[in-house]
Design a protein around this ligand. Sequence first.
Ligand SMILES: [Zn+2]
Length: 429
Amino acid sequence: MPSHLARVSVILLTLSGVAAGQAPATDQITARARRIHAEAIVLDTHVDTTGRLLDPAWNFLDRHEPPVRGQGGPGGRSAGNAVDLPRMREGGLDGVFFSIFIPGTVTGPQAVKRSLEQIDAVRSLTERHPDQIALATTAAEVRAAHEAGRAIALMGMEGGHMIDDSLAVLRGYARLGVRYLTLTHSEPTSWADSSGREPTHGGLTPFGRDVVRELNRLGLMVDISHVSDETFWNAIEVSRAPLLASHSSCRAISGHPRNLTDEMIKALAAKGGVLQINYLDQYLDHDLYLAQRKRQEELAPLRKELEAKYPGPDNATKRMQELRAAMAALPPLPRPSWEKIVEHIDHAVKLVGDAHVGLGSDFDGASMPVGMEDATQVPKITEALLRKGYTERQVRNILGENLLRLMERVEAVARELRAETAAARPGGV
Ligand SMILES: [Zn+2]
């Protein structure tokens, strides 16, 4: 159903309930949440559904089941998944940034080839179904597609290793519609440190700083999720445009180094940036983070053994499969409830206000908290925020308006920088 029709039917259902006098005060909040959620532009800056698009047997327009914990399919991948078009519609999730991602251990021409294949998969999806889902590369295109009742596909690239140390390759990705670059994934690049490893560069190298400047000039968001703290502070200093944390949460609540400290969140916001809260269970819950860390320490000998048995980057999948199998055999750790997401949003809002916080789920790339298994569950967040006393404007900001404002600002900075370059070169070279 086109989303405007879906919106009208949701509103009608809601009104009929109220008219029949069946709605006590709490149900009025539910009804208000449904209306606001249906009308707002709801965006998610990080979903890892892209890999599925490469599978010809898997159709984004079909409805699938959410992942079943402990039931890994081939390659350790769960049988279900979290995002497809019918469930985006049901969950009022209007637009997602499909993550263009390959592991940080894959580099060089192979990394570029696989990145281009993923970009092609996203673009092909929107070319095959232009009436259903539109590719957007600007905030204005997001608003227009929403107005037209289409779902919205955007692209973000998760890891600087995919540019193969080439600004020309980066410009190629930009021309194809990629709209943010996460400076690193869990491995360092040759020019930036990651939060996933011990630092080797002390943040950004001179070339790393050039990458940030080029992103500004191209109008791509500089994404500091995954990077080391030093890389974050360097990027804040070098970037002329405000920054994006596409999928990170608050370190004050869960101490995982993938999360941002309060100082970092304040600096991000002071520059006009946005923190998009990640739903990954151990980024939300400190106890789970500690338990997982302990488990990783216990698995270290097995990791070493697997590296000896299957050496080299080409065997990464094999190592991962065996490791996942070993992990699946261990007793499950207690997982937090989806309400932790709201706790992180509220923490960040109390720290820097509602204009700098949004949603970056990590759906289809991470273990989700209980009750947030797929895109259909997203409206719970809207309702929970309203119950906390958030206003409609605040909720709309968090659901998508903050991100759109960030995109607009990044686009404006790119125009300014290009105008300055043109003015400095009157010959027009
Ligand atoms: Zn990630």
